[in-house]
Design a protein around this ligand. Structure first.
Ligand SMILES: [Zn+2]
Length: 159
């Protein structure tokens, strides 16, 4: 998926463990999803100066990004990397399309309806839930109530 092992991919080859260290950092709000699952992690490169990590926020001004940067730094330090730089790349803008099938499945299991136009209740799969609040527990989620089982749940909004 990251092009490693593909000849001529044009990327600095990165020891798998560096990438794995960074890729295992989880979203502070959705601990079942890693930043790789979410598509936030764009690149991990090793240069003479150290490790460069490029991330793209889920949406501009997402308050979780500061925490994610701190968590990446902590994970790298724990793994013995002291020279690193974390670049926050705003463009191209993150979209929910960068969230893979695996991430969507984990999200639903966690009780959050994954980003889609046709939201279903993560508990009973009923469609046409009622929108309660456009901004739920965080700005990137809407609060909905299932019209079948009556359970409230978060919907990760589509961007
Ligand atoms: Zn339901």
């Amino acid at each position: 998926m990251d092009g490693s092992g593909i000849p001529g991919a044009g990327m600095v080859s990165v020891a798998t463990d560096v990438r794995a260290v960074v890729a295992s950092v989880v979203d502070p709000e959705i601990p079942v999803l890693t930043i790789e699952d979410l598509g936030i992690l764009r690149d991990v490169a090793e240069t003479q100066d150290g490790v460069t990590v490029t991330i793209t926020p889920t949406y501009s001004g997402c308050p979780a990004m500061r925490q994610i940067e701190a968590d990446i730094a902590a994970a790298l330090r724990r793994a013995g990397f002291s020279d690193f730089e974390i670049i926050v790349q705003q463009s191209p803008a993150w979209t929910t399309d960068w969230m893979g099938e695996e991430a969507r499945r984990k999200l639903a299991e966690f009780g959050i309806a994954p980003p889609t136009d046709e939201v279903v209740c993560p508990r009973c799969q009923a469609d046409h839930p009622r929108l309660v609040a456009r901004f739920g527990s965080t700005a990137c989620k809407a609060l909905m109530v299932c019209s079948s089982c009556g359970e409230p749940f978060d919907h990760f909004k589509q961007y």
